[in-house]
Each structure stands twice: as C-alpha cells, then as structure tokens.
Design a protein around this ligand. Structure first.
Ligand SMILES: [Fe+2]
Length: 230
C-alpha cells in the first residue's frame, strides 16, 4: 500500500547569523520604539506589542536593520526558487516591516497578511520557553466528514483516534533565535499560547511580487511604472 500526499504548503526555514553587537543595536532600537509607542490604546492585556500599529511600520528603512534585511532578501529569492518563480522575470518590493515584542502571556492572535504575497518572521530574540509559530490550514483536503478534524468532541469520543500529519488543521512550527520563517502571506498564523514569554522579539514584513513585463501575462501585478493614479 502507498499513501500519496499531494499539494503541500511550503514554508522556508533558515538561520541568519548576525553578530551579538548588531543584534543588541536592533534590540535596543526596538525597545525604544515600544517606549515611544504612538497608539498604546491598541495593545490590550494579552496582545503582544506590534510595531506596525504603533507608528513603526517601515523598519527596513532604518540603517540599523539594513544588514538583516539584505540577508532576508537572499532567503526570499531562495524561497521563490523553491516554487519555481523565475527571479529574472519579477521584482520584489517590501511594503512594510515591523517588530513585535511578547511578554508573559501576550500573544499574536490568528491573522493573515491580506495586502501582500510573501511574509516572514525572523526571531531576533527568543529563548526555549517563548512561544513558537502556529500555522493553520484552510483547505481541509482530508476532512472526509466536514468539521471532523476541528472538533474537540470528535477527539473526546474517539471518532478521531488522534491527530497526525494527514488530518491536522493547525501545526506548531518550532523556532529558535536567529531563525527565519518565510510563507505565503495568505496563510493564517498566530503565536503559540504560553504564559512565559521573556521579551520575545520577532521581525516581520510584507513583500509583493511584481512582473517586470506584463505583456501577454494575465496573472500577477503589472510593473509599477504602468500604474496611473486615479
Ligand atoms: Fe503575521
């Protein structure tokens, strides 16, 4: 007997090694951003601090993050290569980028990045106890009985004996400091619930792919210089 698994979600995971001095500069810069938050009402008790909601949504323009973003750019191209997107035919644009800080039980709830194509999370500061990343499936391809793999009672009654890689609808991606995770922006994700975040710091950004030439190309965004402001 063979089981054939088709149509995976592909996520790239890699390490980016940056000197401790450079990391300390970035961490201090992010702590300053948090101190000078512009919209403190936005953060509730259990929500992590997210810089994009606090006036700091373009950290890729900050020279202290330049080297990191150069390294990230190389990984984004590698990710595109894995799904056979030809780097010679598209341009990449970073739209916005921000840091997040989680303390204690603070978390980032389920969300997706609607306005972009590729997103990433880089873990600038993370210890073992800090929360990992959680990814959610929306296609439920093996869910023969609708809802059955998302039902607590189906597990409790034993109709679903256990979760395995063929039936899970959410999965924890374990991450360490200096890891980067690259994924399609449309993928729903969150941080893992925990009580013990010890100033976990991550950096995220949204990236779009633009066709260099849209002639005879139906899909994909046409070159920006062809856009006309209305
Ligand atoms: Fe996100």
């Amino acid at each position: 007997m063979n089981l054939i698994n088709l149509f995976p979600l592909t996520i790239l995971k890699d390490k980016i090694d940056i000197s401790d001095d450079e990391k300390a500069l970035m961490i201090n810069e992010i702590r300053d951003m948090k101190k000078n938050s512009k919209n403190t009402n936005y953060q509730t008790k259990t929500n992590a601090w997210t810089g994009d909601t606090q006036g700091y949504e373009f950290i890729h323009k900050n020279v202290k993050f330049q080297n990191l973003f150069n390294e990230i750019t190389k990984r984004i191209w590698e990710y595109l290569n894995c799904v056979e997107i030809d780097s010679k035919l598209i341009d990449l644009y970073i739209q916005r980028s921000w840091a997040t800080i989680s303390e204690g039980n603070e978390r980032i709830k389920k969300h997706r990045h609607f306005q972009s194509h590729i997103s990433f999370a880089f873990y600038l500061k993370k210890n073992k106890q800090d929360s990992n990343l959680v990814m959610f499936d929306e296609s439920y391809k093996n869910e023969i009985m609708p809802g059955i793999f998302r039902s607590d009672t189906a597990l409790q009654k034993g109709i679903v004996k256990k979760m395995n890689p063929f039936n899970v609808t959410q999965a924890i991606v374990n991450v360490e400091e200096n890891d980067i995770i690259i994924f399609p922006s449309k993928t729903i994700h969150s941080t893992q619930p925990t009580e013990s975040n010890d100033e976990r710091i991550s950096i995220s950004a949204d990236i779009v792919c633009i066709a260099k030439d849209s002639n005879l190309l139906e899909m994909g965004m046409p070159p920006l210089n062809e856009w006309t402001k209305m």
